[in-house]
Design a protein around this ligand. Sequence first.
Ligand SMILES: C[S@@+](CC[C@H](N)C(=O)[O-])C[C@H]1O[C@@H](n2cnc3c(N)ncnc32)[C@H](O)[C@@H]1O
Length: 254
Amino acid sequence: MSNEKTRDAEALPPHKTLTTYYDSDPERSAYVHDLFKRTAPHYNTIERIFGNGGLAYRRHSLRFNGLRPGMKVLDVAIGTAAVSRGAVKLVGPTGRVYGVDPNEGMLAEARKNFSGPLTRGVAQALPFKSNTFDFVTMGIALRHVSDLKATFSEYHRVLKPGGKVWLLEGHVAKSRIGHALTRFVWKTAIPGLTLLFTRDRDAKLLMDYYWDTVEQCVPEEEIVTAMASAGFEHARVRVTMPGAFCEYKGQKAA
Ligand SMILES: C[S@@+](CC[C@H](N)C(=O)[O-])C[C@H]1O[C@@H](n2cnc3c(N)ncnc32)[C@H](O)[C@@H]1O
């Protein structure tokens, strides 16, 4: 069996097949690509519904987690540069932020807010040399990769010894009331507000898809185990805003 087949057999997809959106798992990445291509121009409008609070959140969290002046950062799934904009401020003129994303529509939107290097590529096969970055970031995109194991192994590979990974993800509260509340906010209120502000059905569909993938995502513990298996030390998850955000972190051995 070839290496590729062995890897596929052991792949860990971030969620089960969602037949409301596509018929089988091999169709998922094309579906996601097309959805983000169609909605890229609306992504910043969706951020503005939250008063751009998500941008401030990302910047503060990166500072809290050790992003410092002079560091070399890879922002995977850069999207419209919601993470990179904060990272650029934190690393200052002596540092450098690189953005990577498979979607040409998103890269075009990123270019409006970000002047650093942009590359087309996917998290599970990064087009960068080993031992290159001090920090790897990924903002609310882990559910879109084809294989969590391959993704974490790539993050580990491109980090320098001692380098850190920071992943922001959606969070679903576990208690019955918490789950119902999270569901109401993300399944009903936010897609409704998105339709109201953008007047675009695809933008609403993006938020519907967001909720379904967050709710169906593999358990947090499984993600942490996959990070540790890829070689990350101190792999852990921290719920930073119950019902909204959690963060996965780890470090490559120094
Ligand atoms: C919800 S946006 C996140 C943008 C930004 N990181 C943020 O924090 O808001 C998800 C991004 O993931 C990208 N994406 C989808 N599949 C991917 C993959 N396999 N590897 C890397 N990025 C991917 C999409 O093109 C899109 O730009």
